[in-house]
Ligand binder design. Structure first.
Ligand code: NAI
Ligand code: MG
Length: 497
């Protein structure tokens, strides 16, 4: 299928020429008048032209966010009113599920069944969970040892927050960033990824419809080196929250030191997924397939290093190749598609490059490793790929590939596998498959990762903290852990004498 130019979307959203950005409650073109193209990765065709933000637009958005934070209606709203706005937004997201899911699938490529069954409902859920926190962000009274002092703390918002998100879960990433920031009373400038700006902008329309005051949420589509960098460097931004590559995360952390902005970073991973011989093999194999191929492998937690006990290695490998070859690779909008295209030509080139490197370094492809042809040849597709004969030191076993490529690594015993699993600059996630409860807890404790899944993988819930050890980042998202990242504590001393 090569003709997806006029998708079946009822909303006039895609008919805009160009799709505009949101600054101070107004939908505007960029100050420069420039636009950029966002593509449909299933077909390689242009999906929409989008206003291209740059430093001038960022300046205007920061000014609008500052005004909204200091003197607009936003700081005067009660916590309950803030919570209600977030609940209203969650309802609007649900009411527009079909359209949001289609936009997400068209812009990112992911299968519509996941966009509709996962991305959109989880986005609504995220806003709903954080709506509840608006009324529960409490200070403390402190029993100081100085007589006659009444001492208490207030938890106040940080101010103006810049949020930069990636393209793998565009809508969900927007909710992970916006919901906690808003529930705590901050104002925001959100920069979606240049590959996938559409759902964040449609969400912006719903934010306006929900009744958030002007300037509370500003959305500036554009490129990282221009709009993103301007936001990070802006002296009137109090905090940057970023999800993306470790390389850019480090750059952002460096720039943030100039103004001592607060910064939280959710970065890359090379997550170990460990199958012990006492696991339920049917579940473990299915789990390993989901761990690597969900969302085309474009997941920061992807279980890309699969450690398999040598006694079950052959059994697992044949189950995996069978499962991988059964997956339907196809266009995102096809309801029977299991795996869509990669997000861009650039990402396809990166993944293809890693596959070549793996072969050159002596690893063997068991299945996949090539692009499907036929009627989907124009899209950025790559077949589910499994490498055998891999050494821990190989590039494909160390670096984040961010595509449907798993390396299989046999192991012999528990200590050995924990040591090898931890030998990575990353520490985002890990999986453990075993029916031995003692082993499960011991290995979970030994793994240096921000999240460990036992007999499951890729579980996320708004209530459960998520974030990285080591070079996978700073700070946590979700749960009450994230509230610390969007508030600051003020201690008030009152002399009662
Ligand atoms: P990236 O880190 O360049 O992009 C993520 C976001 O950061 C985008 O919104 C981009 O516009 C912005 N950005 C880029 N440079 C910036 C800068 N100098 N200042 C401010 N913002 C900037 O990631 P990219 O190039 O799209 O993907 C490269 C690799 O990064 C992937 O192959 C994958 O390994 C990793 N990645 C990890 C993600 C995660 O969820 N942890 C998400 C996306 C990519
Ligand atoms: Mg796109």
């Amino acid at each position: 299928m090569t003709t997806q130019a006029t998708p079946d979307i009822k909303s006039p959203f895609l008919q805009q020429q160009p799709v505009k950005m949101l600054i101070g409650g107004q939908w505007v073109e960029s100050a420069s008048g420039k636009t950029f193209e966002t593509m449909n990765p299933s077909t390689g065709e242009v999906l929409a032209h989008v206003a291209e933000g740059d430093s001038e637009d960022v300046n205007r958005a920061v000014a609008a966010a500052r005004k909204a934070f200091e003197s607009g209606p936003w700081p005067k709203l009660t916590p309950s009113q803030r919570g209600r706005l977030l609940l209203k937004l969650a309802d609007l997201i649900e009411q527009n599920t079909e359209e949001l899911a289609q936009l997400e699938t068209l812009d990112n490529g992911k299968p519509i069944k996941y966009a509709k069954g996962g991305d959109v409902p989880l986005t609504a859920d995220h806003f709903r969970y954080f709506a509840g926190w608006a009324t529960k962000i409490e200070g403390e009274t402190i029993p100081v040892s100085i007589p006659n002092m009444f001492t208490y703390t207030l938890r106040e918002p940080l101010g103006v927050v810049g949020q930069i998100i990636p393209w793998n879960f565009p809508l969900q990433m927007a909710s992970w960033k916006l919901a906690p920031a808003l529930t705590c009373g901050n104002t925001v400038i959100l920069k979606p990824a240049e590959q996938t700006p559409l759902t964040a902008l449609r969400l912006g329309e719903l934010i306006c419809e929900a009744g958030f005051p002007a300037g509370v949420v500003n959305i500036i589509p554009g490129f990282g080196e221009t709009a993103g960098a301007a936001l990070v460097a802006h002296p009137d931004v109090d905090k940057i929250a970023f999800t993306g590559s470790t390389e850019v995360g480090k750059k952002i952390a460096r720039v943030c030191t100039d103004t001592l902005k607060k910064v939280t970073l959710e970065l890359g991973g090379k997550s170990p997924n460990i199958i012990f011989p006492d696991a339920d093999m049917k579940f473990a194999i299915r789990g390993a397939l989901n761990a690597i191929y969900f969302n085309q492998g474009e997941v920061c937690t992807a279980g890309s290093r699969l450690f398999i006990h040598s006694s079950v290695y052959d059994q697992v490998m044949s189950g995996l190749s069978e499962g991988a070859s059964r997956m339907k690779v196809g266009v995102g909008l096809d309801p029977t598609t299991d795996m869509g295209p990669l997000v861009s030509q650039e990402q396809l080139n990166r993944v293809t490059g890693y596959i070549e490197t793996g072969k050159n370094e002596g690893a063997r492809i068991i299945t996949g490793g090539e692009r499907p042809g036929g009627d989907i040849a124009q899209g950025y597709f790559m077949r589910p790929t499994i490498f055998d004969g891999v050494q821990d030191e190989m590039t494909i076993a160390r670096e984040e590939i961010f595509g449907p490529v798993v390396v299989a690594l046999p192991f012999e015993d528990v200590e050995e596998v924990a040591t090898r699993a931890n030998k990575s600059i990353y520490g985002l996630a890990a999986g453990v498959w075993t029916n031995d409860v003692k082993k499960a807890h011991k290995v979970a404790a030994a793994l240096k990762a921000g999240v460990v899944w036992v007999n499951t993988y890729n579980q996320f819930d708004a209530a459960a903290p998520f974030g990285g050890y080591k070079q996978s980042g700073y700070g946590r998202e979700m749960g009450h852990a994230v509230l610390d990242a969007y508030t600051q504590t003020k201690t008030v001393w009152v002399n009662l004498r």
